[in-house]
Design a protein around this ligand. Structure first.
Ligand code: PLP
Length: 405
């Protein structure tokens, strides 16, 4: 068997590597503009009533922007944070974030003490889950802060109170849900602070369906009020809803995309100007002059149509670029667009750069973001890759190191 010897690598070399700039030692990096995020929040505040709280959604590592750093920087600008999972909330607490944090997703009631200990707010998706949390909290002589989730049409999590295909049974679901919420509200181990729902609006806005969800949610709250069941924070709006339905702002809004400067396709006409906070950059590592008819990348997926220059860029699908056999997007070099050609490889792409005068190895390459007068938005890249912008922002930042500016 091989002896397990720990080698002492030269200290000067380790230090040199440790201290080198991220952009020098990593071939592709993300640059996150904190002032853009703050600007977007200030823009948001011009649109919502002054009494409406802002919950910044920082799940999935703040959509790839780095949840701890983002939360630290904007803690004074927002009232609270929303995350998908308990461990994301705990990570924020361990890094000193003290604002309220709501966990949207499931947490096992066996962690009730962890949730109360870290002063987290948990979503409860039905009576069974709520009861288990309550019982655990009572045993510990504590109260767990919770928000109740209602399913008004997303078909995901929450108490089901609407089935669009069975309009005849609407009242039955509705009244059953009212009684379920009443029972949750009276559980002794819970402090039920809020109630919420989530719209099924994706990038294309189905105004009609979203409008119905809003009406159902409002009617439901009204019904509860009639029974004197009231909650201090009623909320439903993420980015698309708050931009499209001012009435959806209620006591709190829960924007994610908006704060990172991603305007959903369905809201392009909204009266808000946002700044994309994320740029992903790399540099040219290889250049070659090639004749017309040269095959490029795996499966010879591209043939040059003329004599040209091919630049190789060290970013690939393992860095979060979407794998494509025939990419249609481009990168920016010297402020000009250079089309990606041939299959996207694991660590590399090739771009056509015959038109870029004076291009050199080492030139900065912008994968998303701006350079000179050109800009590649997350929306544009998503459209080329047949996906959505948040899929790009979350994936492109997993392997890349982050620089905050
Ligand atoms: C429950 C919940 N609220 C709010 C948001 C934020 O949505 P958006 O990024 O569209 O603003 C999300 C994200 O998916 C979510 O799951």
């Amino acid at each position: 068997m091989k002896e397990n010897k720990k080698v002492q690598w030269p200290e000067s070399i380790r230090k040199k590597w440790a201290e080198a700039r991220i952009e020098d030692k990593y071939p592709v990096w993300s640059q996150i503009d904190i002032s853009a995020i703050k600007f977007n929040i200030s823009q948001l505040k011009t649109l919502i009533p002054s009494r409406t709280k802002v919950m910044a959604v920082v799940k999935a590592d703040a959509y790839g922007h780095g949840s701890v750093k983002v939360a630290e920087e904007i803690e004074d600008c927002v009232e609270c944070f929303g995350v998908g999972r308990a461990y994301e909330a705990i990570d924020l607490r361990e890094h000193g974030i003290s604002s309220p944090i709501l966990v949207f997703g499931y947490t096992s009631p066996s962690f009730t003490d962890v949730l109360t200990g870290y002063e987290l707010t948990q979503t409860v998706h039905d009576y069974k889950m709520a009861k288990e949390f309550s019982e655990a909290a009572v045993k510990q002589n504590k109260k767990l802060k919770v928000h109740i989730k209602l399913d008004t049409g997303m078909g995901r999590l929450g108490i089901f109170l609407h089935n669009i295909t069975e309009p005849g049974r609407f009242k039955e679901y509705f009244l059953k849900a009212v009684s379920e919420v009443e029972r949750i509200a009276s559980l002794p181990g819970l402090n039920v602070e809020g109630i919420y729902t989530h719209f099924a609006i994706a990038d294309s806005l189905d105004f009609d369906y979203a409008g119905k969800q809003l009406v159902i949610f409002s009617d439901f709250l009204h019904e509860l009020e009639k029974k004197s069941v009231v909650f201090s924070i009623k909320h439903c709006a993420g980015t698309s809803a708050l931009l499209s339905f001012p009435d959806s702002c209620m006591d709190m809004v829960r924007p994610g995309k908006l704060i990172y400067g991603i305007l959903p396709e369905c809201c392009q006409k909204a009266k808000i100007s946002l700044k994309q906070a994320l740029s992903v950059k790399s540099s040219v590592i290889y250049l070659k002059n090639v004749p017309k008819g040269t095959r490029i990348s795996y499966s010879s997926s591209y043939f040059t149509g003329k004599d040209t220059v091919i630049a190789t860029i060290p970013v690939g699908f393992a860095d979060g670029l979407v794998w494509e056999s025939i990419p249609t997007g481009c990168v920016l070099i010297k402020g000009q667009r250079a089309p990606i050609i041939g299959r996207v490889c694991m660590d590399l792409i090739m771009v056509e750069a015959g038109h870029i005068e004076g291009i050199r190895v080492g030139d900065e390459v912008v994968i998303v973001g701006g350079q000179g007068n050109e800009f590649v938005s997350l929306n544009e890249m998503a459209a080329h890759s047949k996906t959505i912008p948040t899929n790009i922002s979350t994936f492109l930042t997993v392997r890349t190191r982050k620089i905050y500016v």
